[in-house]
Design a protein around this ligand. Structure first.
Ligand SMILES: [Zn+2]
Length: 335
């Protein structure tokens, strides 16, 4: 821990300014990887709207049949998947970044979309062969829910579990921001000393926040993504708490309005209305300075140097060391 704080300190106090090299082959390779894999994983606002629209379609409906088109999607053997058929949907909920369909008899279908997984709804019962990206079909008496995954990596998953304890065991444990007061938020944030980026996206600490919304939250709070949690003042923690709730609330409202009564179709981590995420080089909507980035492993973090880091562009050796120690290494960790 002491070494962690030291390396953070040298970044924060050293004031090293060096332009991010964007033209080296390594960087452009990293950028291409980011463009493909960057946290497009649906986060709390997207999942909230998914659940609301699903509820309108399948609550109290009977799940008639499950068609598994890719056997690797299902990660549980007991109870057998066939036991879910014929049961009525009794509740829908989000568990971290997972979608949970509760069935009568205490069975739960747990869908983890990961990065490229999506849900589609089809009211018509057309007999077109499913597209290659469709991993499973859930046929209800009201229509069919398709679980799809783009790309070639198979990371999306389906679990069928029996009973509340088995469901609870799948919860990464992060707090729900809208159910948490400032003290709870502060206690969780200060439980370990990490960069703010790592802390916000850690599913064991906070539920439903990933790469995209953490960028937006930190920009709203005017805090550096590499600031260490234990270095924050009480005022800064209050600002971060308020920004987290504001940003997520605004995006839930925005996505609800965009989706209307339909089913969400454009579920993406890149949206024009975002202030900094996915907007490298574009002007910050608050101050007009170009949005900056930190590319590391499979993730890109975006921030405004003028609004968040006192004008410092974050790129030096100390930063590299810090990224290795206290940064979300891969999107898999953001589950
Ligand atoms: Zn700015």
């Amino acid at each position: 821990m002491a070494r962690l704080r030291n390396s953070a300190g040298s970044v924060e106090t050293g004031g090293v300014i060096s332009a991010v090299t964007t033209k080296s082959p390594l960087c452009s390779l990293a950028w291409r990887l980011v463009a493909i894999y960057d946290g497009a994983l649906p986060e709390l606002p997207d999942l909230t709207v998914y659940l609301e629209r699903l509820e309108a379609r399948i609550a109290n409906r009977r799940l008639q049949r499950i068609v598994l088109l890719n056997p690797f999607l299902l990660r549980t053997a007991v109870p057998p998947i066939g036991t879910a058929e014929g049961r009525t949907v009794q509740g829908l909920e989000r568990l971290g970044k997972r979608v949970v369909i509760g069935l009568e008899g205490g069975l739960y279908l747990v869908l983890h979309l990961m990065v490229a997984g999506r849900l589609k709804w089809d009211e018509k019962r057309d007999d077109k062969p499913p597209r290659k990206i469709t991993l499973a079909l859930f046929e209800f008496d009201s229509g069919t829910l398709a679980f799809t995954e783009a790309g070639s990596k198979r990371r999306a998953s389906l679990h069928l579990v029996q009973g509340q304890p088995a469901l609870d065991a799948m919860d990464p444990g992060g707090i729900e921001i809208f159910d948490s007061d400032l003290k709870t938020f502060a206690d969780v944030l200060l439980g370990e000393n990490h960069t703010l980026k790592r802390a916000l996206t850690d599913p064991r600490l906070f539920a439903g926040i990933g790469n995209a919304y953490s960028d937006e939250i930190l920009h709203r709070a005017k805090l550096s993504p590499i600031a260490m949690t234990k270095s924050l003042s009480a005022e800064e923690i209050g600002r971060l708490y308020a920004a987290t709730r504001e940003v997520l609330r605004e995006w839930i409202d925005r996505l609800r309005a965009q989706t209307g009564a339909g089913f969400p179709e454009k579920v993406t981590a890149f949206r024009d209305e975002m202030a900094v995420h996915g907007r490298y080089g574009k002007p910050c909507p608050v101050c007009g300075a170009p949005v900056q980035r930190i590319v590391y492993a499979e993730n890109e973090t975006n921030y405004c140097a003028r609004c968040q880091t006192g004008g410092r562009i974050l790129a030096d050796r100390a930063l590299s060391r810090l990224l290795k120690k206290s940064w979300p290494r891969s999107i898999d960790e953001l589950g």
